[in-house]
Design a protein around this ligand. Structure first.
Ligand code: HEC
Ligand code: HEC
Ligand code: HEC
Ligand code: HEC
Length: 184
């Protein structure tokens, strides 16, 4: 091999390596920008939100046994897959199935916002996946067009947010605190 050719190949190899390293770093940076939020399940949220009354109050809503109403029907696993979109919450990182409409179905997957430090700062929590639900959140599931007709003939055509909030959402800790004050 001539010296000239050897030099040229070396320079080319060097340039290619720089290019490859650059590409790898770019990929890493992109991954950092889009953290993947994972579901952790109501048991984990309850470690902090049982005492403030949120979990016990949620347990009394129809959402807390939304899966039971599907599970008691004689359906194949395949048919049940469709129901999971609205009657269940998701799957944890370890693959555990989270039945029913749990906290994270409305508030977003909690893996990145669950720590005390982040939770205490709402804005920071929202940057890490926390959702403060509104009517749009409910409409993801309370949507007659998306729900299989066979099981949802009675579902109202139009979702009445004000009315549905009364029984669909847990008590808010703030309201609880106010109630307690009034009783004093
Ligand atoms: C380590 C304790 C802890 C865990 C675990 C935790 N939280 Fe929190 N959460 C807090 C604290 C503390 C606050 C802020 C004080 C407050 O308003 O109660 C808070 C506030 C919130 C708020 C209100 C934000 C606002 O101010 O409007 C929501 C919604 C919430 N948490 C949902 C969840 C959900 C859903 C989970 C489970 C995925 C969860 N939290 C897990 C401690 C926790
Ligand atoms: C697009 C979301 C969505 C999907 C998908 C869905 N459901 Fe539902 N389902 C709902 C909502 C929302 C309600 C509550 C309706 C209401 O307000 O009356 C409901 C209510 C029900 C009820 C009535 C519960 C009661 O209180 O009597 C049954 C039974 C049911 N669904 C079965 C199923 C089955 C079985 C599947 C899968 C084959 C399924 N659903 C798929 C959203 C959905
Ligand atoms: C059906 C949807 C839904 C589910 C399920 C749900 N929430 Fe909420 N949650 C809401 C809505 C709506 C609000 C009020 C948001 C606002 O302030 O406008 C709220 C507010 C809260 C707040 C803030 C209260 C405040 O104003 O200080 C906390 C804390 C909270 N939820 C925790 C939880 C926990 C923990 C669970 C599960 C045990 C849960 N939520 C399940 C819809 C839901
Ligand atoms: C992840 C899907 C999902 C979301 C998000 C959701 N719901 Fe539901 N909701 C359901 C299902 C499924 C049922 C039926 C439960 C059952 O099987 O009884 C239901 C039932 C209800 C019921 C009882 C209806 C009845 O006729 O008995 C109310 C009220 C309600 N939801 C209010 C709300 C409100 C308000 C929101 C938004 C803050 C909301 N839901 C968000 C899935 C959802």
């Amino acid at each position: 091999m001539s010296k000239k050719l050897f030099l040229m190949l070396s320079v080319l190899t060097f340039l290619f390596m720089i290019f490859a390293i650059g590409l790898a770093q770019e990929e890493k940076a992109e991954k950092k920008e889009e953290p993947v939020y994972q579901y952790i399940g109501v048991k984990k949220c309850s470690m902090c939100h049982k005492k403030d009354g949120t979990t016990p109050s949620w347990e009394k809503t129809p959402h807390a046994d939304a899966w039971t109403n599907v599970d008691t029907l004689k359906l194949s696993d395949e048919e049940k897959e469709v129901c999971k979109g609205c009657h269940a919450t998701g799957v944890t990182e370890d693959g555990d199935f989270l039945a029913n409409v749990q906290c994270e179905a409305c508030h977003g997957p909690g893996s990145e916002y669950k720590t005390m430090k982040i939770m205490k700062d709402v804005e920071l929590a929202m940057k890490n996946g926390l959702i403060i639900p509104d009517e749009e959140t409910c409409l993801n599931c309370h949507n007659k067009e998306k729900a299989p007709e066979q099981f949802h003939a009675d579902m109202p055509e139009k979702f009445d947010y004000a009315k549905m909030k009364e029984t669909g959402i847990h008590e808010l800790p703030e309201e609880k605190a106010e109630e307690a004050k009034e009783k004093e």
